[in-house]
Design a binder for this molecule. Structure first.
Ligand SMILES: [Zn+2]
Length: 455
């Protein structure tokens, strides 16, 4: 046993009388919150009747019922089993290397339309999803409904049953950055030589036929208007909309002339307020089988990349999932620009504030358009705009996540932050920045970001 010696204590000055009587430091005054926010109450749907998909009689409703009563997170057994259930009921022509399910009902060379939807949802894991019937709407109990994109799946099944001659693809992993559609564009590009239009049924709300997504034009105005006219024959109307964010057909814009996304009547997707308008979907299903899809005009040249405007363009160069999806397509910009390569364009945007460097695509922008006018913005708007810019330009989401968490739950922002998904938020930042710039209140933009990225 070793004897240990106690080290000699260092000499410590005894407190002076002055120190001894010094009052303890006052507790810091809590900072006055810059804003207060009361989150809306969670929807209580527990009193509503539960949906049993077996009670649904039509293919449209049975498929939607089956889809919505399952949490189909990509990569889970639940999603895989749902895809197997689907494949067993469809005249499948191919299951490709990414697991996408293809159905080819074309019979002549004149059939040049592709319809798409996606099988996965934003749920965190698989399992059952309780769906409640709220009159004309379906909602899920405490989770996303999954009508994004159960509605699209149901619509495609309905059109296949009706024998609409076209090429159908049920994509996998759309919510994880277009895994299935990216695979198809890269591994089976020859398929697209026989396709003039790719129509996704994966747009929220009513009315929209998307002309721009992922920061660029995806279909011509002529095509969009003709499709709106064709769908607007009943009690609903449709309008071309340039505010698309991202869905699978964005992957095909350099392969297929007319790519779009059509509203299917779900709202508040990606959160537990999601709802599906059942009657709207039924009306749309009836219209979709009546449209002469192959008679729609084909005007856009897929080899010419048309950037929409600077605001969406920054999303494209931002490093978010969807923006870096297919860098090759951005290199195909029409050549008038001094920047031949999309990387150069991105770098130019990041390091130069001078908008004169931007290739002019027909819109005239001056410096004022390029910067949010700080004088007009309140403090929260400035903070949010900075946070969005950091997310968009630098792929740095930490400030934005903090801001959304603080907004959603001022008492416990740390806990709230764990409930937010950066991946989901990355899909929303370009649109959020657009909204903020276009006068949507900062608190509403924060609401959208919260509901869209909550897990
Ligand atoms: Zn979707």
């Amino acid at each position: 046993m070793t004897k240990t010696t106690t080290p000699e204590r260092p000499y410590v000055l005894a407190p002076t009388t002055l120190d001894a009587v010094k009052p303890p430091a006052a507790a810091p005054t809590p900072a006055t919150p810059k804003y207060t926010y009361v989150p809306p109450p969670k929807p209580d749907v527990s009193h509503l009747p539960l949906l049993d998909p077996n009670d649904c009689t039509s293919t449209l409703m049975r498929t939607l019922g089956r889809a919505c009563t399952l949490k189909r997170d990509y990569g889970t057994q639940t999603e895989a089993k749902f895809v197997a259930w689907l494949a067993n009921r469809l005249p499948v022509s191919l299951i490709d290397g990414a697991g996408n399910v293809h159905v080819d009902l074309r019979t002549t060379n004149a059939h040049r339309t592709m319809f798409t939807c996606h099988t996965d949802t934003v749920h965190n894991g698989g399992g059952a999803n309780d769906v409640r019937i709220d009159g004309n709407f379906w909602r899920a109990d405490g989770a996303a409904l999954g009508a994004d994109d159960g509605a699209g799946i149901a619509l495609l099944c309905h059109m296949i049953e009706a024998g609409v001659p076209a090429y159908y693809v049920f994509f996998r992993g759309e919510e994880r950055g277009g895994i299935g559609s990216k695979w198809l564009a890269e591994e089976m590009p020859a398929l697209f030589a026989s396709i003039d239009r790719a129509v996704a049924f994966d747009r929220a709300d009513y009315y929209d036929v998307i002309t721009h997504q992922s920061g660029g034009r995806c279909c011509s105005d002529e095509f969009a208007q003709a499709l709106c006219d064709a769908l607007g024959t009943g009690e609903d109307w449709f309008l071309p909309c340039d505010g698309g964010v991202y869905t699978d057909t964005a992957e095909f814009t350099d392969l297929v002339p007319e790519c779009t996304n059509v509203s299917v009547g779900y709202k508040h997707q990606h959160g537990d307020r999601e709802e599906q308008d059942i009657e709207f979907l039924q009306r749309l299903a009836a219209l979709a089988v009546a449209v002469d899809w192959d008679a729609l005009p084909t005007k856009r040249d897929p080899k010419v990349y048309e950037r929409d405007d600077w605001r969406s363009a920054i999303g494209k160069y931002s490093g978010t999932q969807y923006s870096l999806a297919s860098p090759s397509k951005y290199a195909k910009y029409d050549g008038k620009s001094a920047y031949k390569d999309w990387r150069d364009q991105r770098d130019a945007y990041e390091y130069e504030d001078d908008d004169s460097q931007w290739p002019n695509n027909g819109t005239t922008l001056d410096a004022d358009d390029l910067d949010l006018n700080d004088e007009l913005l309140n403090e929260l708007e400035c903070e949010l705009s900075d946070a969005l810019e950091a997310a968009i330009h630098d792929n740095n989401f930490s400030h934005l996540l903090d801001l959304v968490a603080k907004h959603a739950m001022p008492d416990d922002p740390d806990w709230m932050r764990h409930k937010l998904s950066k991946v989901r938020m990355s899909h929303m930042v370009a649109r959020a920045y657009d909204d903020l710039f276009n006068g949507v209140a900062a608190t509403d933009v924060l609401d959208d970001l919260m509901y869209g990225s909550e897990v």
